[in-house]
Design a protein around this ligand. Sequence first.
Ligand code: GLU
Length: 421
Amino acid sequence: MKTVSLEQELNPWEAQAARFDFAAQKLNLDEGLWKILRYPQREIIVHIPVAMDNGTLEVFTGFRVQHSIARGPAKGGVRYSPDVTLDEVRALASWMTWKCAVVNIPFGGAKGGIIVDPKKLSLSELEKMTRRYTAELIEFLGPEKDVPAPDMGTNEQTMAWMMDTYSMHMRQTVTAVVTGKPINIGGSRGRREATGRGVMINCDEALRKFEMSRESTRVIIQGFGNVGSNAAKLMADGGYKIVGIAEYDGGLFNKNGINIDNLLEHRDRNKTIVGFPGADAADPRELLLADCEILIPAATENVITSQNAAGIKARIICEGANGPTTAAADEILADKKVFIIPDILANAGGVTASYFEWVQDRQGYFWKESAVNEQLEFILREAFEDVVHFSDTHGVNNRIAAYMLAISRVAHTIKLRGIYA
Ligand code: GLU
């Protein structure tokens, strides 16, 4: 791949496009299909006025990008973050198309975002902003059109407000318009833990490949939000040794393994992992470079870059976050023979359980949690095998294999459907 500036390296859209171009070229993708799939199908920008608690009016900028609806309704989360940009949402929307295709579920890809720090808004301001954002997008959303879900800065409550707003406009309750809802309003059992569970299933598959055991595997996790904390809990319960946790405000290290149940209690009580007595304080940036078998970046984009990739000691990287590794870092890690489970496979457990939620809502019939977990495991194991097989047969790394598999599935669908003139 060509050399790029640090600014380009850190632009998620450039990162996505670099991998897409490389995979498309390896696939010998038809030039027309290349042009169709390289750019999103639709990009919507909305300006959202909100009457704030102090009586002033504030206007927030929001996005919804629908990258593809070739394989089914657009699907993907909504992110509330002060740094969100249109380029980032574009990249995330494309990644959703590839993610849904890698696990072979009948969705296209989308992503939304609002430029806001949700921690600075009251609950009522957040509710008003969410409802107005949903209302601004009303004609573009729907169970057969575009189905949002939680992402960074949003949660089950956000989805409940979106579902209610959409339903009020439709004059009927439409639970299947969003996923990741609370269980008693059409959410699915197992959805909350699904991304973390998917991370563990992928790690299990990698251990099987390398004939390693859970008990002798030291894990470091960056991020202790929905993905990181659920992965930590499930993996610790399953026998993995979680030796390090890195958060934005501090890190923890214990070579004998951190007691995750106690850490969760500490975090819930203190709203931070910092000060936990069961581990030593550690620099969160240094933790990425510490000794371990598996590193799980489960926080945000661009944490493994050309600046720190050479120092990584993990043998396996399982990407719980979207886009944590830059394209330049990929090359360094490939030289070091690090086995990467790429984001569009590693964190696909969330959208796979979202698919189950959408199916249950449309059927009006809700599954037991064991059924959700069993189906999740079945789909993710198959996807892991497909990606590794693609990588072996085409002589490319796992990330490019995952892109090639996904692009070929979406391209095949477009070819079958044809272009409507
Ligand atoms: N935001 C999650 C992701 O990036 C979940 C998306 C969904 O469930 O639609 O995969």
